[in-house]
Design a protein around this ligand. Structure first.
Ligand code: NAD
Length: 254
């Protein structure tokens, strides 16, 4: 490890020790060590297809079928993903009571898999590990969707109300989940340390939260392989790998 990195890690430890309330904020970068590629790095599989916007999903049976086909291909590739050292480090901060919640843009459920209670994971972009009916909200296992889709070739509809069933992620053009946004704002304004990890910080409104925390008096730390637009306002920027840095700086993160 380089000398500046060692110094930055010592400072990160201090900031975490001094903080009463740490807000965790994560992007796709925390899951790359788990084998799930992020969105914007070169060769991203997520960029191969043009996204299906929400209004098209609602309008077109063909679009729904295409969305399920793509989803099952990706799910097969990343089925075995397990929490990374970064997920485990954050889980240990949650367990210690220092981090009341993790605001995440991720949809992979790996924070929950690392032992963080569902109520403490604030998912801004939904969750891709299950589906819901867009009309009545009934929740469906993906296995249920897949078996019906493969048997009939049709996108399944809700057994209760006949509504459109969709993966529980937030698509382009779909409203942000209100309750998650409320919880995220509350934590952002309550924390004295906002720790953002593995996000390019370009997707809004999620990326507005770190700046809001900083304006409200919290210290802002950005840990990411590459520069982000918010680096200039951060109290500490670490351009490093999440796994090694967090597992060294946070007890229990190994
Ligand atoms: P992003 O892909 O825009 O940015 C990820 C950042 O993490 C990049 O800047 C990259 O350099 C950095 N990074 C990757 N691996 C790293 C590592 N090991 N250590 C340090 N830095 C690392 O991701 P985003 O900002 O979260 O925005 C992407 C959107 O795509 C989100 O809305 C999210 O919902 C979605 N997405 C989610 C997943 C997932 O759930 N795992 C995966 C891909 C995309």
């Amino acid at each position: 490890m380089t000398d500046p990195l060692v110094k930055s890690m010592a400072l990160l430890r201090e900031l975490i020790d001094e903080a009463a309330v740490v807000a965790g904020f994560t992007g796709a970068g925390i899951s790359t060590e788990s084998g799930v590629p992020d969105f914007r790095s070169p060769d991203s599989p997520w960029m191969k297809n043009k996204p299906i916007p929400f209004d098209l999903y609602l309008k077109s049976e063909e679009a729904r079928k295409e969305a399920w086909r793509r989803k099952f291909i990706m799910d097969d590739l990343y089925r075995g993903a397990r929490p990374s050292r970064g997920h485990k480090a954050f889980a240990s901060l949650v367990e210690s009571g220092r981090m009341p919640g993790i605001i995440t843009q991720n949809i992979d459920g790996l924070h929950q898999a690392s032992g963080v209670p569902e109520t403490q994971v604030i998912e801004l972009h939904g969750n891709g590990t299950y589906a819901t009916c867009l009309s009545c909200g009934r929740r469906y296992d993906l296995g249920w969707v897949r078996s019906r889709f493969e048997a009939s070739g049709e996108a399944p509809v809700c057994e209760t109300c006949g509504g459109i069933v969709k993966s529980a992620t937030v698509s382009f053009g779909q409203a942000m989940p209100e309750s998650a946004m409320r919880k995220a704002l509350k934590l952002t304004l309550a924390c004295d340390l906002f720790l953002t990890v593995g996000s390019s910080l370009v997707v809004h409104p999620a990326a507005s939260l770190p700046a809001m925390a900083k304006e409200n008096g919290a210290k802002l730390v950005i840990l990411n392989r590459e520069p982000t637009p918010l680096d200039p306002i951060a109290d500490l920027v670490i351009h490093g790998e999440i796994g090694p840095v967090l597992s060294e700086c946070i007890p229990g993160g190994r």
